[in-house]
Design a protein around this ligand. Structure first.
Ligand SMILES: *Cc1c(COP(=O)(O)O)cnc(C)c1O
Length: 462
């Protein structure tokens, strides 16, 4: 083990050094990948030295998600404390289903969930769990909503026509999960958004009434705290009033921006969250932990047991259910995703988490300001969001993003809202400072100036 840890340290050191000078890894076209790297698996063992070379090569050419040139996804940066916690969970290799197998790590998971439930404003009756991603916490909420509405479904299968409501800007896991849960993709209603990309509550209520008239059973409303493209927050207060009126489960998908719960300044964006039935957040997004770290909180923990517990004598041999976390989880064997977040939280305190959230909004403000005050840019997104969407010189966003990637300049993605397609800059990496955001724009400007001939419509580049 010691030898491998030494190799690990040496490779990491090399990577960190190289990242400082080359924030973007060398671009390798997928077609050339297997020629460029030795990925082949052979019959015979190889020497440690050869293995190390293969690993080093692989690590050095892998896309760099922790640097100040990665803005492609809703995660980024590298929090050293969270990494430390995660490395320890790899080494310890517990599975979180029982107290017998995970011991104090159960307490680590429980305290993190307890603290988040407290922040929401929920009592002892609430609880939560970790799942392998935001898509899965959304699935869990849908399963609980289904079982709450149709108690028989988990025994006999669905016998009713259930319907699910989500905004047209929400995450694609909703229709997938509708397929998984037996509710069906066609039973998902995509509710129009109005200003700033928020779900229109009036349209929602109308859709619910129409479905009831048609004999459908409205079962779940999936609201979003931070939509994937614009980073918009649905109006939880307004939506929860509707859900209460029609007795519908309300889940808030906060995978992207639910972490505003940690900030006194920004938690107003999820005002009313204490009224919902379930709420999820990805600490691997705004909180910068390694992937994945997805929390699901449920106001009434009985629903977690109802939908996810299954007796298994070979597994649950000791201790109370409360310490056997497998009774409320989607998976059986489950890695310890709590320790990385706990390590970070323990180290910086709740105030430190708050500062991380606030910093992301500050950086977004810097970016929006830049776009607004430079005439070659057009802004397509709104305040109170850490997604800053824009176009530069009316260049096609898709093409510009791809060229920046292929030339190893920047990793940034594009998105669309209505008829507009644009670049989406996400200010989620708290290791970035104002200069890094300004540098982002400078890289784009220089690249476009130096590569006018690359664009389809060179006439548009002045
Ligand atoms: C990222 C995201 C998800 C999915 O989370 P994964 O952990 O990637 O599965 C779901 N909903 C929203 C709004 C997201 O931004």
């Amino acid at each position: 083990m010691k030898k491998s840890l030494t190799v690990f340290n040496e490779i990491v050191e090399k990577l960190l050094k190289d990242e400082a000078n080359h924030p973007v890894a060398e671009f390798i076209a997928s077609g050339a990948l297997f020629d460029r790297l030795d990925l082949e698996l052979g019959e015979e063992p190889i020497s440690d030295e050869m293995l190390r070379e293969s690993l080093e090569d692989l690590v050095m050419t892998t896309p760099r998600t922790a640097t100040n040139a990665f803005f492609n996804q809703l995660f980024g940066g590298r929090n050293d404390k969270a990494v430390l916690g995660d490395l320890l969970s790899v080494l310890l290799n517990n599975s979180m289903y029982t107290y017998k197998a995970a011991g104090p790590q159960v307490g680590v998971e429980k305290i993190v969930l307890r603290k988040v439930c407290d922040l929401i404003g929920w009592d002892e009756n609430s609880d939560g769990t970790f799942a392998s991603g935001g898509s899965m916490t959304n699935l869990m909420s849908m399963l609980m909503a289904r079982d709450a509405k149709d108690n028989d479904a988990r025994y006999h299968g669905l016998s009713n026509k259930l319907t699910v409501y989500t905004s047209e800007e929400s995450h694609y896991s909703v229709p997938k999960n509708a397929a998984f849960s037996g509710i069906g993709r066609n039973q998902v209603r995509y509710i129009q958004v109005y200003k700033f990309g928020k779900m229109d509550p009036e349209v929602l209520e109308y859709a619910i009434q129409e479905d009831m008239t048609a004999g459908n059973i409205p079962t779940l409303v999936n609201a979003t705290a931070g939509t994937t493209v614009l980073g918009a927050f649905d109006d939880i207060e307004a939506i929860s009033a509707i859900c209460q009126r029609y007795d519908i489960w309300l889940h808030v998908d906060g995978a992207y921006c639910g972490s505003v719960i940690f900030s006194n300044r920004y938690r107003h964006l999820i005002r009313g969250v204490e009224k919902v039935d379930s709420f999820s957040l990805n600490a691997h997004k705004m909180m910068g932990t390694p992937l994945t770290c997805s929390l699901l909180m449920v106001k009434d923990k009985q629903y977690l047991y109802d939908s996810f517990s299954n007796d298994a004598d070979y597994l649950y041999q000791t201790d109370h259910d409360e310490f056997n976390l497998g009774k409320t989880s989607l998976q059986c064997g489950r890695r310890n995703d709590a320790l990385k977040f706990w390590t970070l939280w323990k180290s910086v305190g709740t105030k430190g988490l708050e500062a991380m959230v606030d910093k992301q909004f500050e950086l977004a403000e810097v970016a929006r300001d830049y776009v607004k005050t430079h005439s070659n840019y057009t802004l397509h997104s709104y305040d109170d969001s850490i997604s800053v969407c824009f176009n530069y010189k009316d260049l096609p966003a898709r093409e510009l993003c791809t060229l920046l990637y292929e030339h190893s300049k920047l990793l940034v993605g594009y998105g669309s809202f209505g008829k507009e397609e644009f670049i989406r800059l996400v200010t989620i990496n708290v290791q970035n400072d104002k200069e890094d955001i300004l540098n982002f724009f400078q890289v784009i400007e220089e690249f476009v100036a130096e590569n006018k001939s690359l664009f389809l419509k060179p006439s548009s580049v002045s």
